[in-house]
Write a protein that binds this ligand. Structure first.
Ligand code: ATP
Ligand code: MG
Length: 496
């Protein structure tokens, strides 16, 4: 492998600086040093410390072998001993201590490494100059063979050594590069830029898990939109997120959509993900298919996928401040009190991204109403009903889907008028529905396998539940609210 040669710096070239690592790291490093080994803080921690950013995870690199490390420290965890990494445990913290390594070969997805004797070899195998610095607490020496500090100051992303080769060795570096360039708002050095663009389609061969992890790291950054724009610019979207590539490509509100992602707290990565995917909803015909195919491709957990899909499905229609309590309860029953805040977060982020004051006021007024209704703790789910499935069976209804249909109907009445939620009241209502055959029997057809008319279509949602609020059409957005996120274009047909 063709690696840049790094001369050991002579006395006068040695650079000493003071960083402020956590006490625990100093102790672990001190212990290694007093046992006769070198201990260097490496990677992201050094980079972030130079940027003045605090961070929790400081990693160490050392010439001690894993079994040495395990011998020196009383409490360790074998995190990846075969790759040279041992976790050193102190109280409730753990520091990763990794033996210096060099790459022997790699195929873009896996690398074969061997242990190395010097920190410089270890730094040469790292991806970007800003990540290829090391700092030795014992001597305060900063080892920066590729001028990463200068690149950091000048906000330039530059691969270590020969860029094309670095991306060929490990395709994940494409995504990492875009993430760092986005996070620090860096210009990408020309040669690195060219190599990055050429390697973008190689990300196709990465595993979904790694791509998803990278995305989640992006979504956890302060302003994810910067990296997400780079994903689009460098063609990564087309490879892994084609639905979004198509939707964002040339979209008139594209900038606003990107910015809206930043407007959601970085602690809420899944809501940010949903916000990024909101424009898929503009194409009503394909919305949930597209969203689902994307989430499946990235192998999101069932929980996360369901959450995102639920938010997208309930992004619109939103209730309004002039809606009746019953309409708001119906909305709450559909969206769920667990998700109501997230739906508002999505809308508020849209309004903030364009500084739409009027829409913010509208949302505030709407939220007050929703909050007020939710505070009343009204019955909103079948489990809140004063009757159960067993009660329904007592009426002589056969066990089967009809029980569910009946409960659903009762719930829809109770959501409309919570005062009905008394056992006697509901039992007589249920009895009437059964006797007078007022039940929408077809509701049960869709749940009986492929019975019915053979067209396999799902049944329409029950009255008042699962569909638009009672009274027919979904509420028109209030004037000035529009269907769009900026409230300026009066809402396009696709938004309504
Ligand atoms: P983050 O802030 O995301 O944690 P980081 O730089 O700490 O950023 P890690 O993935 O934790 O990123 O990796 C730690 C260090 O290991 C990096 O700074 C870099 O030096 C090196 N590294 C990680 N992944 C790669 C890679 N794919 N190729 C080369 N070097 C890598
Ligand atoms: Mg890290």
């Amino acid at each position: 492998m063709n690696r840049p040669e790094v001369p050991e710096p002579g006395g006068e070239e040695r650079e000493e600086i003071e960083l402020e690592p956590p006490d625990g790291l100093r102790e672990v490093a001190g212990r290694l040093e007093s046992s006769g080994y070198e201990a260097w803080a490496v990677g992201g921690a050094v980079r972030d410390a130079l940027m003045g950013d605090e961070r929790a995870d400081w990693d160490l690199a050392t010439d001690a072998r894993p079994d040495d490390v395990q011998r020196i420290f009383p409490r360790t965890a074998p995190i990846g001993v075969e790759h040279g990494t041992v976790g050193v445990i102190r109280d409730d913290e753990m520091y990763e201590v990794t033996t210096f390594r060099r790459d022997v070969e790699s195929d873009g997805r896996h690398a074969v490494v061997e242990f190395a004797a010097r920190i410089d070899a270890d730094l040469s195998r790292r991806d970007f100059t800003i990540n290829a610095m090391a700092w030795r607490p014992a001597t305060k020496e900063l080892r920066d063979p590729f001028d990463g500090r200068l690149d950091l100051e000048q906000r330039i992303l530059r691969a270590v050594g020969e860029p094309a080769e670095r991306f060929r060795e490990d395709h994940l570096r494409v995504l990492r590069g875009l993430r760092f360039a986005g996070r620090y708002d860096m210009r990408i050095d020309d040669e690195t830029r060219e190599a990055l663009g050429a390697a973008a389609r190689l990300t196709e061969g990465l595993s979904a898990e790694r791509v998803r992890e990278e995305l989640m790291k992006v979504l956890g950054d302060r302003t994810p939109s910067t990296a997400l724009r780079l994903y689009a610019e460098f063609g990564v979207l087309r490879v892994w997120y084609p639905e979004l590539a198509e939707t964002y490509g040339g979209h008139p509100r594209r900038e606003q959509y990107f910015r809206a992602v930043d407007e959601i707290s970085r602690e809420r990565k899944i809501v940010r993900l949903a916000r990024w995917m909101v424009p898929l909803g503009e194409r009503w015909d394909t919305r949930s298919d597209d969203a689902k195919s994307l989430l499946d491709r990235l192998k999101f957990s069932n929980d996360d996928s369901q959450r995102v899909l639920h938010l997208l499905e309930n992004y619109r229609p939103l209730v309004g401040p002039m809606d009746s309590s019953a309409q708001i309860r119906e909305w709450l029953a559909r969206v769920g009190t667990d998700s109501m805040r997230d739906v508002f977060r999505l809308h508020l982020a849209g309004a903030r991204s364009v500084g739409a004051e009027e829409k913010k006021r509208y949302l505030k007024a709407t939220w007050r109403r929703v909050h007020e209704e939710a505070q009343e703790d009204p019955p909103l789910t079948a489990s809140d009903l004063a009757v159960s499935g067993e009660d329904i069976l007592e009426l002589g209804v056969e066990e089967g889907p009809l029980v569910g249909v009946l409960l659903k109907e009762l719930l829809s009445r109770v959501v409309e008028d919570p005062r009905l939620n008394e056992r006697e009241e509901l039992m007589s209502l249920a009895r009437r529905l059964v006797e007078e055959e007022q039940l929408d029997e077809f509701e049960s057809w869709g749940t009986e396998g492929d019975a019915g008319d053979g067209e396999g279509t799902a049944p329409p949602p029950g009255p008042g539940l699962g569909g638009p609020p009672r009274g027919g059409e979904p509420p028109e957005p209030a004037p000035g609210f529009g269907g769009s996120d900026d409230g300026t274009d009066g809402g396009s047909a696709s938004d309504a």
